[in-house]
Each structure stands twice: as C-alpha cells, then as structure tokens.
Ligand binder design. Structure first.
Ligand code: ADP
Ligand code: MG
Length: 249
C-alpha cells in the first residue's frame, strides 16, 4: 500500500484543500493519485460541503464519495467522540482495509486525517496510531501566518517521537487574500518567507511552499496552475518516488 497521510497543526488549517489540489496537480503530471477521508464528522456523506465531496471535486477523481469516505458522522466533534455519540464502533482494521481498497484502485492514496496530530480517532486508536499502521509518510499542513512556527515544530516533534517520517510542510494562506495595494502585504509575505526558513532550520523538514487562497479557481487548469506556481510539486513527487522506489516521471 503506497500513499501519503495529510495532517495539520489544527483543524480548519487547510488539509482538504491541500490534499485535493495537490492530488489534482500530481494527476495532471501523470501520477495516479486517489484521495481518502476515512472518517468525516459534521457532514453527511453526500453533503457538498463535506470533505469527501470537496476532495472528489478538487482532486477530480471519478471515485464515488463512498469510495472516498468510510464513515460520515453527524456530530462536528473529534471522530472517536462522534462515533460514541452515534453509538458506533470503528476499528483500526476497518480503516486499514478501506484504505487498502483505495490502494487497489490507485498507485498512491492521499489520506486526509481529522484535526491535528494528537486526535482521538477510532474506537481503538488515535490518529497517530493509524499513520503508524499505514506506514505512510506525512505531509503537514500549517497556517502561513503568525503562530505557525510553534504549532509546526511541536507537531513535527510529536510525529518524530512516534517514528513517523515527515515528508514536508505546506503552508496554507487559507481564506486570507492580499490586495495588491494592501499596506501589510509586504509584511505578510516576509512573515511567510521567514516562517518557512525558521521551520526548515529548526526541524530539517522541507517546506514545499505557500498555497494561496484559491477560491477563485473554478476549473482544473486554474487549480493546477496555481498549485504549480506556489508549491514544489516536483519536489513532493520526487520525495514520494524516493520512498517508494519509483523512477521520476
Ligand atoms: N487555499 C485555500 N483557498 C481557498 N479557501 C481555503 C483554502 N484553504 C482553506 N480554505 C477554506 O478554509 C476552510 C478550512 O479549510 P479546510 O481545507 O476545510 O481545512 P481542514 O481540512 O484542515 O479542516 C474552508 O472553509 C476552506 O474553504
Ligand atoms: Mg478537512
């Protein structure tokens, strides 16, 4: 089973966007990438605002939402509690075989977690246990602005302690936009650049770029262009190829 686990420094940091648009850009380069969100809490499976539907839309995959998401729960809380509130159990073995099915359809499966790295996730496992069991490298999504150095370094330390390989970091500007004439635009850009440098120097983990606000990108080519201009997609592909001993394309 080959893939990448996408987690973040917190909830609402941009995991779904980064997973979806990165899968889209890599697919455009010829890589067969599928997406997976094993548990989604807070939205029904078919809800267009739910992560499964968003991943499908952004990545441009033909898989159905039920191929992407094993379990959608109504309560918008951490998955382990959402399972309890629904009177359900979901175990590590279920998730491993679900991701295994996706891995039969695609060469690489990009699995989006829930929240950050220290999250009660399944009836018998926390999120890090799932990453360890899958044995996938991690892509860590972090906020681009103030406060991200602390959250990113702590998350990487936690993953390192569990022996999980961190492929790299993507900073996400999220819903922030900077008008060309905004007085603080230059400061924001300086902050983003220095954040990347500090994270790289402190952890040795590469920062693959800063994803801008992409809400204006509606068609696949706009998504691909925006990602290619801002994220080192080739660097991510090469790191994945090195791990899975696949020649670069
Ligand atoms: N790069 C981006 N461009 C546009 N909107 C974004 C971007 N990143 C995040 N958002 C918005 O911010 C919110 C959180 O992003 P999301 O990817 O759902 O985070 P997570 O999956 O980590 O909870 C969503 O409402 C999403 O639409
Ligand atoms: Mg999400």
């Amino acid at each position: 089973m080959k893939g990448l686990f996408i987690t973040a420094t917190d909830t609402e940091v941009g995991k779904t966007w980064v997973t979806g648009v990165l899968a889209c850009a890599l697919r455009h380069r010829g890589y067969d990438v599928g997406v997976c969100k094993p548990i989604q809490s807070g939205n029904h499976l078919d809800d267009p605002e739910g992560d499964a539907a968003k991943l499908k839309r952004l990545a441009g995959v033909s898989d159905s939402v039920s191929d992407i998401c094993l379990c959608a729960l109504p309560h918008p809380v951490a998955p382990q509690l959402a399972l309890k509130l629904s009177g359900l159990d979901l175990f590590l073995d279920h998730v491993l075989s679900f991701v295994g099915q996706a891995a039969k359809r695609h060469e690489w499966v990009f699995v989006e977690g829930a929240g950050g790295v220290a999250v009660p996730y399944l009836s018998d496992a926390w999120l890090v246990d799932v990453i360890q069991a899958l044995n996938f490298p991690v892509l860590l999504v972090a906020r681009a602005g103030l406060g991200t150095i602390n959250h990113t370094i702590l998350s990487i330390e936690y993953l390192n302690r569990r022996g999980i390989r961190v492929l790299g970091v993507v900073l996400n500007r999220g819903s922030d936009t900077y008008a060309d004439d905004a007085p603080d635009k230059q400061i924001s850009f300086l902050l983003e650049r220095t954040n990347s440098d500090y994270i790289r120097e402190a952890t040795g983990v590469p920062v693959f770029g800063v994803l801008p606000n992409m809400s204006s990108c509606t068609v696949e080519l706009e998504i691909v262009n925006a990602v290619e201009q801002n994220i080192d997609v080739l660097g991510i592909a090469k790191s994945m190829n090195a791990i899975y001993e696949r020649p670069n394309v």
